[in-house]
Write a protein that binds this ligand. Structure first.
Ligand SMILES: NC(=O)c1ccc[n+]([C@@H]2O[C@H](COP(=O)([O-])OP(=O)(O)OC[C@H]3O[C@@H](n4cnc5c(N)ncnc54)[C@H](O)[C@@H]3O)[C@@H](O)[C@H]2O)c1
Length: 375
C-alpha cells in the first residue's frame, strides 16, 4: 500500500485537528508543516517550515493541505498546484468569485487534483438523506430553514474571523457549509439570493441571514449568529419535502426526526438512516387530516393511497415517524469525515475516473451563493 505524504500549511486549531485524525490512517503521513507563527522544531516525523512556499516545493510532499485563514486560500492553492501538488483546501474555497475562478482555472491548467473540505457531506446522516433525496423517496425539497446560534467566546474582536479581508464575513467563512449541504440535498441551483445582517460595531458583523430561491422552487432561509454563550450553541436544519418533514440537530449533524409519507416499496429505505427507530406508523386511511376541522363545509375525502403536493400525485399509503442518531461522539464523527475526504482525494489521484464527493465546482457554487448573500 502506497503511503501518501501530506504537508499542512497553517497549524492552528483545525490544522492540528486534521493532523490528529490523519495520523490514525494507515496510508497517509504528515511529513511537513508550515506556519510562521508556530515556534516548534522539526522532528523525526515531519519538517517544520516558517515559509509555506518552501513546503509546496518540498519533493517529499504529495498532497498540500491548506488550513490558513480564507483570504490566503487562492494564492496558496494556485501556487501549490503549479508546484505539482494535489490540494486539499479548507473551506471556503476563496473569499471572492475571482479567487474561486482563479483556482478552477489553475486546476484545469495543471491537472492536479483538488477538493475543498466541505466535510459535512461525509456525515452519515447527510449522506443517507442525499441518497434518499436522489431516489425520490421524499418527493421534492421545497423549504429549508437553517438556524445556527454559535458562540463567540473564543473569537475575540481582533480574531481574523471578524476581518472581512481575511474571512470574507460569516456567510462566506461559515455559511458556505450550509449552502453546500443544501446544494447536495436539493440538487438545485440558486436563482435569486437575498441577504441582510446586523453588526455589533464597525468591525464585527455578528448576525447574518440569507434567503435563497433555487431553480426547482426550493426556498431556503439561513441564519447565523456568532453572538452568544457556548451554552446556547445550537444548530437546527429543517427540511420540508413534499412527502417528509425532517429536523436535524447539530452543525455536525448528530440526530433528528423524520415524519414521512411512504409506500410499501420505499418505506424500508428509512432504515438506512443511522440508529433509525420508528416511533409511529399508520395507514393513510387511519390518520385524520386536521387541516379541515370537523363541520367544515366540504366533503371529507380521506386519501388511502395517494397525496397531491403542488399538483404532483404521489402514491403513498402510510405515515411513518421516527428518530435517527449517530451512535459515535461528535469528535469521532467529525474525525471520520476529515479522514474520508483525504481517502477520497487519494482515490481520485489513483483513478482519474473516480468522482470526488466535493468537486471544486461544488465549492465554487456555495461560495457564489455566499458572496451574493453578503452584498
Ligand atoms: N472544514 C471545517 O470543518 C473547518 C473547521 C474549522 C476551520 N476550518 C477552516 O480552516 C481554516 C483555518 O481555521 P482555524 O480555525 O484553524 O484558524 P486558526 O487561526 O486556528 O489557524 C490558522 C493558522 O494559519 C496560520 N497562518 C496564518 N498565515 C499563514 C501563512 N502565511 N502561512 C502559513 N500559516 C499561516 C496561523 O498562524 C494559524 O496557526 C479556515 O479556512 C477555516 O474556515 C474548517
Amino acid at each position: 500500500m502506497r503511503k501518501y505524504k501530506i504537508g499542512i500549511i497553517g497549524y492552528g486549531g483545525f490544522g492540528k485537528f486534521l493532523h490528529y485524525w490523519w495520523e490514525k490512517l494507515p496510508n497517509v503521513e504528515v511529513v511537513a508543516i508550515a506556519d510562521p507563527h508556530k515556534n516548534f522544531p522539526s522532528d523525526e516525523n515531519y519538517v517544520v517550515y516558517r515559509d509555506w512556499r518552501e513546503l509546496i516545493h518540498d519533493e517529499n510532499v504529495d498532497i498540500v493541505s491548506i488550513v490558513t485563514p480564507p483570504g490566503l486560500h487562492t494564492e496558496m492553492a494556485c501556487e501549490a498546484m503549479k508546484a505539482g501538488k494535489h490540494v486539499l483546501l479548507e473551506k471556503p474555497v476563496a473569499i471572492s468569485e475571482e479567487g474561486g475562478l482563479e483556482i478552477i482555472e489553475t486546476q484545469k491548467q495543471t491537472g492536479m487534483v483538488i477538493t475543498v473540505d466541505h466535510m459535512i457531506r461525509y456525515n452519515p446522516i447527510i449522506q443517507n438523506l442525499i441518497k434518499l433525496g436522489q431516489a425520490g423517496t421524499f418527493g421534492k425539497l421545497r423549504h429549508v430553514v437553517v438556524n445556527n446560534y454559535a458562540q463567540d467566546e473564543a473569537l475575540p474582536a481582533e480574531h481574523w474571523f471578524w476581518n472581512k479581508e481575511m474571512s470574507g464575513g460569516i456567510l462566506i467563512e461559515h455559511g458556505v457549509h450550509f449552502f453546500d449541504i443544501v446544494n447536495a440535498l436539493g440538487n438545485q441551483h440558486y436563482t435569486e439570493v437575498y441577504g441582510c445582517s446586523d453588526s455589533r460595531n464597525e468591525n464585527q458583523r455578528d448576525r447574518v441571514a440569507a434567503m435563497v430561491l433555487y431553480n426547482e422552487g426550493l426556498i431556503a432561509n439561513y441564519y447565523h449568529a456568532f453572538s452568544g454563550p457556548g451554552l446556547f450553541e445550537q444548530t437546527t436544519i429543517h427540511l420540508a419535502y413534499d412527502l417528509a418533514r425532517i429536523e436535524i440537530e447539530g452543525w455536525m449533524p448528530m440526530k433528528g426526526t423524520v415524519k414521512a409519507l411512504v409506500n410499501s416499496e420505499n418505506k424500508e429505505q428509512l432504515e438506512n438512516l443511522p440508529g433509525w427507530k420508528v416511533t409511529e406508523a399508520g395507514g393513510l386511511n387511519t390518520l385524520r387530516d386536521v387541516s379541515r376541522p370537523e363541520g367544515w363545509g366540504s366533503e371529507d375525502v380521506q386519501p388511502e393511497q395517494a397525496v397531491v403536493c403542488s399538483g404532483i400525485t404521489y402514491q403513498v399509503d402510510e405515515m411513518r415517524s421516527g428518530t435517527f442518531e449517530i451512535p459515535q461522539t461528535k469528535g469521532e464523527v467529525y474525525g471520520k469525515c476529515v479522514q474520508s475526504i483525504v481517502l477520497d482525494i487519494i482515490q481520485k489521484i489513483e483513478n482519474k475516473d473516480h468522482k470526488l464527493t466535493i468537486t471544486i465546482e461544488d465549492a465554487f457554487e456555495s461560495l457564489k451563493t455566499a458572496v451574493l448573500a453578503s452584498k
